[in-house]
Design a protein around this ligand. Sequence first.
Ligand code: PEP
Ligand code: MN
Length: 450
Amino acid sequence: MTVNAETHAPAAKATWRDLPAAQQPSYPDAEALRAVVADLESYPPLVFAGECDQLRARLGAVARGEAFLLQGGDCAEAFDAVSAEHIRAKLKTLLQMSAVLTYAASVPVVKVGRIAGQYSKPRSKDTETRDGVTLPTYRGDSVNGFEFTPEARVPDPERLKRMYHASASTLNLVRAFTTGGYADLRQVHAWNQDFVKSSPSGQRYEQLAREIDNALSFMKACGTDPAEFKAVEFYSSHEALLLDYEGALTRTDSRTGKLYDTSGHMVWIGERTRQLDHAHIEFCSQIANPIGIKLGPTTSVDEALTYIDRLDPERDPGRLTFVVRMGADKVRDKLPELVEKVTASGAVVGWVTDPMHGNTFEAASGHKTRRFDDVLDEVKGFFEVHKALGTHPGGIHVELTGHDVTECVGGGDEIFVDDLHQRYETACDPRLNRSQSLDLAFLVAEMYRD
Ligand code: PEP
Ligand code: MN
């Protein structure tokens, strides 16, 4: 095997360490943090540098308009959800979505989970008040506990080690499922047929499901049984938020001498940590992984062009993916100028829509939620903008779960505001449930064919 990443080579050029970094925990004990970081630096990498390069090549195809990215998973993974059942359900949903999108788009679908590392959350407020009691906000299982008690909310660096182990066991099972036969395309299609039969809005998708069935039957009749049907390439991704953790897992690749963040294949910079003179941009400029960056509605053309200069100075398609999260009401106004000017600059980046984060609101019951119709409308707006400019709508980035939760309202199997309390399980933002996710895949497939 030519792929290798040294396990004991923490990043020498930690240029980001001297810069301000937003959204970092205030650990009460700096010495305890140092000890944890030293341990993490001695742990094996979670992914190989060569796999990151392979994903970068796949995302190059996305940027050039030859592939479509499906990126999805929880807003926040939780330690107590590291179980075979949870991981399988999430993966199954993503594979089902991918089968539909592959057929409709007639290009490869690059599959990337928000998985095996998505444990850290940026928050808009530092504190949370309930019944007159104010405590630090929950910042993800990698930082503090979800429980609303003073003890749970103290940032504990030992949690960084739990994040590493949770990510390792998740990734191990994901690798087993995706290469060990579970992900066989014919099986995935059979699950989709079940969905079409049992979903209230299923009839709408019958035609597409039948076409896929015919294509598979035709291939079977021809005697083809390609290896690609039996295993899938699946990659991990998360927001590179906690620089103590990401830095400790950043290693020099012995093949190339370059730095890779070996905590996941792809990492992204969030809307709240994309300040040009701050540490997150600097950190990501130093690593060779494919990088995503969330672009909210206030992103200026200058900022977008500067992100390209900082993060993709060699203009390598696949290195940089812009994940646009503007909101259904803004995407049609704000996105065209960005796409136009970036395209005119000659840079070839991936354009992906995150239709979740610009469409969040609080229901009267106090639940943070999103309307399925707004999510769909933002995706539509994103497709319209690219169609008008002759550019490629490169993919979707969504928060979803494989379970029948009640966190977002609407969908074919409609969830009403009054249903939200029934199964509201997210530790952070509301996710599409299994049937809303499949609805979305079928509806995006239809858009792709329009
Ligand atoms: C997220 O992806 O969960 C998130 C916090 O997104 P954003 O940075 O776009 O707000
Ligand atoms: Mn989120």
